[in-house]
Design a protein around this ligand. Sequence first.
Ligand SMILES: *[C@@H]1O[C@H](CO)[C@@H](O)[C@H](O)[C@H]1NC(C)=O
Ligand SMILES: *[C@@H]1O[C@H](CO)[C@@H](O)[C@H](O)[C@H]1NC(C)=O
Ligand SMILES: *[C@@H]1O[C@H](CO)[C@@H](O)[C@H](O)[C@H]1NC(C)=O
Ligand SMILES: *[C@@H]1O[C@H](CO)[C@@H](O)[C@H](O)[C@H]1NC(C)=O
Ligand SMILES: *[C@@H]1O[C@H](CO)[C@@H](O)[C@H](O)[C@H]1NC(C)=O
Ligand SMILES: *[C@@H]1O[C@H](CO)[C@@H](O)[C@H](O)[C@H]1NC(C)=O
Ligand SMILES: *[C@@H]1O[C@H](CO)[C@@H](O)[C@H](O)[C@H]1NC(C)=O
Ligand SMILES: *[C@@H]1O[C@H](CO)[C@@H](O)[C@H](O)[C@H]1NC(C)=O
Length: 440
Amino acid sequence: MGSFRSPSSRIIAALLISCSSFLISEAYDALDPNGNITIRWDIMTWTPDGYVAQVTIFNFQQYRHIESPGWSLGWTWAKKEVIWSMMGGQATEQGDCSRFKGNIPHCCKRDPTVVDLLPGTPYNQQISNCCKGGVISSLAQDPVNAASAFQLSVGSAGTNNKTVRLPKNFTLKAPGPGYTCSPARNVRPTKFVTQDKRRTTQALMTWNITCTYSQFLARKTPSCCVSLSSFYNDTIVSCPTCSCGCQSGSCVKADSPHIASVVSGSSSNNPLVQCTSHMCPIRVHWHVKLNYKEYWRVKITITNFNYNMNYTQWNLVVQHPNFDNLTEIFSFNLKPLTPYASINDTAMLWGVKFYNDLLMQAGPLGNVQSEILFRKDPSTFTLEKGWAFPRRIYFNGDNCVMPPPDAYPWLPNGGFGPGVSRLTILACLLLPLVILYRPM
Ligand SMILES: *[C@@H]1O[C@H](CO)[C@@H](O)[C@H](O)[C@H]1NC(C)=O
Ligand SMILES: *[C@@H]1O[C@H](CO)[C@@H](O)[C@H](O)[C@H]1NC(C)=O
Ligand SMILES: *[C@@H]1O[C@H](CO)[C@@H](O)[C@H](O)[C@H]1NC(C)=O
Ligand SMILES: *[C@@H]1O[C@H](CO)[C@@H](O)[C@H](O)[C@H]1NC(C)=O
Ligand SMILES: *[C@@H]1O[C@H](CO)[C@@H](O)[C@H](O)[C@H]1NC(C)=O
Ligand SMILES: *[C@@H]1O[C@H](CO)[C@@H](O)[C@H](O)[C@H]1NC(C)=O
Ligand SMILES: *[C@@H]1O[C@H](CO)[C@@H](O)[C@H](O)[C@H]1NC(C)=O
Ligand SMILES: *[C@@H]1O[C@H](CO)[C@@H](O)[C@H](O)[C@H]1NC(C)=O
């Protein structure tokens, strides 16, 4: 206690401790501390006026993936480089190539933007790991599909390791403003092992760029919320009102007779949400369903309120103290996330391929559900004080808005008083304004 002399400093310390877990999630991500997207630029051969490079985008994030319409990567050339040709990807704009005669480059822009090709691209324009429409899976969910690659032939560039220049200002324009990329660094050349594993070749030069995600930079308003219920209390605690903002007029009434025409007439990338009190495209409902002698059971339902989006490869990250013990899950996949030895209460949940890995657009089919069976640890299990409810939930990597703890369903005659006061919640909301997210 030595350093906490005055009562007020003790209160501040207590606030910091109680807030730190979700402050950290605003900063980088305590649940995925090494998560990043690494872009590796391997120079494979020198050419008379430049080089051929293979560029690979690795998604080293446990649960954040890149959905359709896919990644879009921009950078700025150091000099007057051009892209003669590409495989497995394309520049979105050719730019001004008027200084060239005869052979015209694929792209002459100083700041090209490259996107993946679509599935079904002819084989002679493909390379391995390309042509998935820019969709990249998360590492935990589908490690085999957690990378994307393209090849480019660069001209008007240096032709050896002394004269070549690193491209600058790498930007993941899609999936968007949440990602910040480091400058390119010259690293140890990549070694490639041939398929029969009998020979190793290596890149002539390799540059790495690391991009990290911050929810704080990504968007102002949340995109999902959590509602709660239990077998021991009839109260259904709904999502907090306006969890995801309350832009009036920008939602669709569920019983609107013209719903089909509204939906088909809207531009396809903006969320078009059903009117609800929370206005979130996604709601996660946690129902404490049963209390057995040695086990207890939870039902989770994820509902899509967005008419404009089928969520492919959706995932949830759930923090609850009982995840550290034997747990069985029905009809979802589950993987514990153990970023630090001290955090063992968090798991990632996602759908079973071809069964419920697609969360359909809003409507009668727009939900997926599962049940989890937890084995009780008699020393911690209790239905009191909201213990049976999750501490935190992410949908597709975004923190979902939880109801305030003092509104949780109470055990009849029992004790869930306002354990965490509204003051703490308010302080937790205000503190991020003071403490900045981690700088690059
Ligand atoms: C990026 O992620 C990989 C895999 O988790 C990790 O080895 C590497 O250190 C990370 N890079 C940075 C700069 O954080
Ligand atoms: C360039 O290549 C030479 C040998 O070919 C090597 O000694 C040198 O370290 C390389 N420089 C860089 C910056 O990679
Ligand atoms: C870096 O790229 C972004 C996006 O293309 C652009 O807005 C920004 O001006 C660029 N910055 C520099 C220094 O070139
Ligand atoms: C560069 O990126 C590759 C692929 O992610 C990784 O294997 C390698 O360790 C990285 N090199 C450095 C020095 O970070
Ligand atoms: C979602 O998928 C269904 C069935 O594949 C399709 O009919 C619908 O148009 C899709 N909706 C969107 C918004 O892509
Ligand atoms: C999980 O973490 C808690 C708190 O640090 C610790 O008491 C417990 O032994 C850990 N359990 C496992 C299985 O590592
Ligand atoms: C898991 O549950 C068993 C059985 O109730 C209990 O004995 C054990 O202490 C629990 N383990 C942890 C790490 O909580
Ligand atoms: C159910 O929980 C609510 C708090 O959400 C509480 O106001 C109510 O009294 C509880 N009902 C019973 C029967 O305990």
